[in-house]
Design a protein around this ligand. Structure first.
Ligand code: NIG
Ligand code: FE
Length: 427
C-alpha cells in the first residue's frame, strides 16, 4: 500500500500533548526572533483551525487543518479538540515583587485622599513599612506566601514569572529573601526568573550615605553569583530614591559578574533613567511612565523592551504610560502586573492586559504581544517561551473564548480555561 505524501512539518514526529481545532495564536516571528516593534507589535500570528503538538515539555510542531494526523501519539497522550477556542502561549509576567508580608491598607486609603507616594516613602512608610513586616515574618510564613502567590499567578495563565527581592534592603536580609525565592522556585509548577532588587530604598540607618549602601550591595554580588540566587539586578531610580550616578557602579559590577540589569525607571518623574537603561544594555526598562522622548529613542535604538506597569498607575493614581508614544517610537512594549503590596495589588496577567488597553492605549493584540513574546524578551527568554514555535517550552493556554480580544474587554472574567507549563497541566 502506498502512503499519501506527508507534509514535512509533521513527518516522524511524536507527541504526548496535542491541542487541535483551535484558534491558534502562535506569536511566531516572521523572520528571526527579535522583540516585536512596528507592524509586528500587534501581530499575534493567527492560525485558524490550528493545532500544536508537544513532547517531553517542548513544542514539536504547529499546523492547521488535519495535518496533525501524521503525528504519532504516544501512549497516555493528552489529545484534545478544543472546539474553536483560543490556544496561545502562556503569559510571561516580567516584573513582580512577590516576596513580602503584610498589606498596606492604611497607605492605600490615605493615598487615595491625596497623600503623595514619595512623601510617604520619605517619611519612613511605604516600602519601609513592607520591609518591617517582611523582616518580622518567619521563613516558613514567607515561603508559604510566595508559593501561594506563584500558584495564583499560574492559575491565571502565567507560565513564566519574574520574582524580585527588595523588601529586605540591607544585603543580609535581601539574601534571606533570595534564598526563600530559590526555595519556591525549586518546587514551582512554572518557570521563575529571580531578580535581586538591590537598591529599592535607602535604609534609615544609612542616613544619606547612598555610596556606602551601594558598595554593600555590590559586595553581596559574589554570594549571589556563587549560590546562583539571581539572574538580574534591579534598582529604583527615582527622584529622592536613587539616581543614575548612585546606581552606575552597581550595574557595572553586576554586568561584570555576569548578571543582567533592569530598572524601575522614570516611574513618577523623568530622571533620565530610560536613556541610562538603554545605554547600560539593560534587559528591560520598567514603568517608564515619565520617560522623555530622548529616553524612548535610546530604548528603540538598543531594542530594550519597555515594561509597562499600568496596575501601579491605576492604584497610585498617576498618569499611566502612554503606550502610543512607545509604539510610535518603535520601542518594544511588554506588560507586567508589578504585583506588590504598595503600588499594584494586581493579580494575574489578564488584568494587566485589560489595563494596558484601557489605560495605556495598547490595542488588544499589542497587549497580548506585550504579555507573551515581548515579555519573554524582557526576561532574556525570547528564544525559550512566549511563542508557539518548535523547540520552545510547551507553555500553553486554552482560553474559554474564541476571541482573544475578550481578555482586554471582559475585565476580570475567568477566561483562562487550562494552563500547561512545560507540557504539564497546571492544577
Ligand atoms: O514597582 N516603585 C518602586 N517599587 C514598587 C513599589 C514598591 C512598594 O511601594 O512597595 C513599584 O511600584
Ligand atoms: Fe516594581
Amino acid at each position: 500500500m502506498t502512503q499519501a505524501p506527508r507534509p514535512a512539518g509533521a513527518r516522524g514526529l511524536e507527541a504526548d500533548l496535542l491541542l487541535r481545532g483551535a484558534r491558534l495564536l502562535t506569536l511566531a516571528p516572521l523572520k528571526e526572533e527579535r522583540p516585536r516593534v512596528g507592524p509586528a507589535a500587534g501581530d499575534v500570528g493567527v492560525l485558524a483551525d490550528g493545532w500544536v503538538a508537544a513532547r517531553d515539555g517542548a513544542i514539536v510542531a504547529t499546523g492547521h487543518g488535519n495535518t496533525y494526523r501524521l503525528i504519532e501519539l504516544v501512549e497516555g497522550v493528552i489529545d484534545r479538540d478544543v472546539l474553536g477556542r483560543v490556544v496561545m502561549p502562556g503569559f510571561v509576567d516580567p516584573h513582580t515583587h512577590l516576596c513580602y508580608a503584610g498589606e498596606r491598607w492604611e497607605e492605600f486609603a490615605t493615598r487615595r485622599s491625596g497623600a503623595d507616594y514619595l512623601a510617604v516613602l520619605a517619611a519612613g512608610g511605604g516600602i519601609h513599612a513592607t520591609v518591617r513586616a517582611t523582616r518580622e515574618a518567619s521563613d516558613e510564613m514567607l515561603l508559604a506566601l510566595l508559593q501561594r502567590r506563584i500558584g495564583d499567578a499560574a492559575e491565571l495563565g502565567t507560565t513564566t514569572i519574574e520574582v524580585k527581592s527588595g523588601y529586605g534592603l540591607e544585603p543580609a536580609e535581601e539574601l534571606r529573601q533570595l534564598r526563600l525565592i530559590a526555595g519556591a522556585r525549586a518546587v514551582a509548577p512554572i518557570d521563575v526568573a529571580v531578580t535581586y532588587l538591590a537598591a529599592h530604598a535607602l535604609p534609615a540607618a544609612y542616613g544619606d550615605a547612598r555610596g556606602r549602601f551601594i558598595k554593600e550591595t555590590i559586595a553581596a554580588l559574589g554570594t549571589i553569583v556563587g549560590e546562583k540566587l539571581a539572574e538580574a539586578v534591579d534598582a529604583f531610580v527615582e527622584k529622592g530614591v536613587f539616581d543614575v550616578d548612585d546606581v552606575r557602579p552597581l550595574f557595572n559590577a553586576a554586568k561584570k559578574a555576569g548578571l543582567a540589569v533592569t530598572m524601575h525607571a522614570d516611574q513618577l518623574n523623568d530622571v533620565g533613567a530610560a536613556g541610562f537603561a538603554a545605554r547600560a544594555h539593560a534587559r528591560s526598562a520598567d514603568h517608564v511612565a515619565h520617560a522623555s522622548a530622548e529616553g524612548l529613542r535610546a530604548l528603540a535604538r538598543s531594542e530594550t523592551p519597555a515594561v509597562l506597569l499600568p496596575g501601579s498607575a491605576f492604584f497610585v493614581g498617576y498618569a499611566p504610560p502612554d503606550a502610543r508614544r512607545f509604539i510610535a517610537a518603535r520601542v518594544p512594549v511588554a506588560l507586567a502586573t508589578d504585583h506588590n503590596p504598595g503600588t499594584s495589588p494586581v493579580e494575574g496577567m489578564p488584568t494587566a492586559i485589560a489595563l494596558g488597553v484601557t489605560l495605556c492605549g495598547l490595542t488588544p493584540h499589542e497587549a497580548i504581544v506585550g504579555a507573551t513574546i515581548n515579555a519573554a524578551h524582557a526576561l532574556g527568554r525570547g528564544g525559550r517561551t512566549g511563542a508557539l514555535v518548535a523547540g520552545r517550552r510547551a507553555d500553553l493556554l486554552i482560553l474559554d473564548t474564541d476571541d482573544e480580544r475578550e481578555l482586554a474587554y471582559r475585565m476580570g472574567a475567568p477566561l483562562v480555561g487550562e494552563v500547561y507549563a512545560s507540557g504539564k497541566r497546571v492544577a
